[in-house]
Design a protein around this ligand. Structure first.
Ligand code: AR6
Length: 170
C-alpha cells in the first residue's frame, strides 16, 4: 500500500473512496462534510438518513465508519467517519486512529483500490495538526488491506500538507 500526501480539495479527488470527516448525527455539517454534501448532491444525504436508521440510537460512534454512494463526486463511495473532538485533558488519540483504520477497512470491504482522506478532527474539532497527522499515518498503517493499493491524504492548506509530509517521513 502506497501512502502519499497532496494539496487539494477532497471533493475533486479521483479515487474509489473519499472519506468524510462527519459527525455522529450523519446529517451533514460544515468543513469538508459540508463540501462533500454540496458537491455530491442530495443522494448522499438520503443514504445517510437510511444508514442512520439502522444505527443504534441513530448515531455513528466516534471512531467508526459507514459507506454511502458518492452521488455526483468523482469517487464511487463516500465513507463517513466521526472523529473525536480534541481534548487537552483526555487522550482520545485511539479514537482518531480508529477513524482511519475503520474507514480503510470499510473501503477495502467494498473492493476499493484507492482511498482519499482529509485531516480528520483537525478543523472544527480542533485537533493540533502535527499530532493529527501522526495519528492518521499510525491508523492507516495498522491495517493490511486486501484491495487498497493507495491511500492519499488530500490536504487543504500548505501547513497541513507539511504536517502530513513530516508524519509520513517519520
Ligand atoms: N478538501 C480537503 N480538506 C478540507 C476541505 C476540502 N474540501 N474542506 C475542509 N478541509 P473539518 P473536523 C480540511 O472541520 O475537524 C463538520 O461540521 C480542513 O481545513 O472539515 O473532523 C462535521 O459535520 C481541516 O484540515 O472536520 C463535524 O461536525 C480538515 O479538512 C465537524 O465539522 C478537517 O476539518 C468535524 O470536524
Amino acid at each position: 500500500m502506497q501512502l502519499r500526501a497532496v494539496l487539494g480539495d477532497l471533493t475533486e479527488a479521483d479515487v474509489d473512496v473519499v472519506v468524510n470527516a462527519a459527525n455522529p448525527g450523519l446529517l451533514g455539517g460544515g468543513g469538508v462534510d459540508g463540501a462533500i454534501h454540496r458537491r455530491g448532491g442530495p443522494e448522499i444525504l438520503a443514504e445517510c438518513r437510511a444508514v442512520k436508521e439502522r444505527l443504534p440510537g441513530g448515531r455513528l460512534p466516534r471512531g467508526d465508519a459507514v459507506a454511502t454512494t458518492a452521488g455526483r463526486l468523482p469517487a464511487r463511495w463516500v465513507v463517513h467517519t466521526a472523529g473525536p473532538i480534541w481534548s487537552a485533558s483526555e487522550d482520545r488519540s485511539a479514537v482518531l486512529r480508529s477513524c482511519y483504520a475503520s474507514s480503510l477497512r470499510v473501503a477495502d470491504g467494498l473492493g476499493a483500490r484507492t482511498v482519499a482522506f482529509p485531516a480528520v478532527s483537525a478543523g472544527i474539532y480542533g485537533w493540533p495538526v502535527d499530532d493529527a497527522a501522526r495519528q492518521a499515518v499510525a491508523g492507516v498503517c495498522s491495517v493490511e488491506p486486501e484491495h487498497v493499493v493507495e491511500v492519499r491524504f488530500v490536504l487543504f492548506s500548505p501547513e497541513v500538507l507539511a504536517a502530513f509530509e513530516q508524519a509520513l517521513s517519520g
